[in-house]
Design a protein around this ligand. Structure first.
Ligand SMILES: Cc1cc2nc3c(=O)[nH]c(=O)nc-3n(C[C@H](O)[C@H](O)[C@H](O)COP(=O)(O)O)c2cc1C
Length: 177
């Protein structure tokens, strides 16, 4: 797949096959893609925790809101990828403070892009989850830094059909000066 094919194929998957585990080699390929992601000063100020089995279910509970029906699909997700803070390297810390820019969030966004893109290449579904209870997930995963994002990963279920992309018009998105 070339880049545009991957960008078109990747979509947020909200229906998973709960009975089909993800092969270890596929998870490792996705982690290798994440390892190659760029970051400010090459500092990679994050940690990735791959949760399966009961741990994935425990994490899932803290990504859902039954009242507002948010992330209901999470209970069926076989793999939960938890992304948490690690300290900046010195130069990134200095840059972030001096310029007032949260490089860590940017770095994590790029990381999430790489992980979900490779998931699509591997024929897997994924969804970036920002609706999370950071503290309990941090406890479940025994992490030293706060949790910022969770990514669900697994084989898509029958309800996950390819969708047309809904995006801003190019004219709203891009200005050429
Ligand atoms: C930072 C971030 C947080 C998100 N949080 C959630 C979430 O909690 N639940 C969910 O179903 N989708 C979540 N999404 C997925 C977006 O809704 C989705 O990427 C967007 O609607 C575009 O659709 P697509 O991914 O299918 O192309 C999140 C995406 C990002 C980048």
């Amino acid at each position: 797949m070339n880049f545009m094919e991957i960008a078109n194929a990747r979509q947020s998957c909200r229906s998973y096959d709960p009975d089909r585990p993800v092969e270890r080699e596929k998870i490792e390929a996705i982690m290798e893609a994440g390892r190659l992601a760029p970051s400010a000063c090459n500092g990679q100020p994050y940690h990735i925790t791959v949760c399966t089995g009961e741990t994935a279910k425990a994490v899932a509970k803290h990504t859902m809101d039954p009242v507002f029906k948010i992330n209901k699909f999470a209970m069926d997700v076989p793999v939960m990828i938890v992304i948490s803070d690690k300290p900046y390297v010195k130069t990134a810390a200095y840059g972030s403070q001096t310029k007032g820019i949260n490089y860590r969030s940017i770095d994590m966004g790029i990381l999430a892009s790489y992980l979900t893109a490779e998931a699509a290449v591997q024929g897997l579904g994924s969804c970036i989850l920002g609706w999370i209870d950071s503290d309990p997930i941090r406890e479940i995963c025994h992490l030293d830094g706060p949790v910022q994002l969770v990514i669900s990963l697994g084989y898509p279920g029958p309800k996950d059909k390819p969708r047309d992309k809904v995006r801003k018009d190019m004219a709203d998105l891009v200005t050429y000066l």
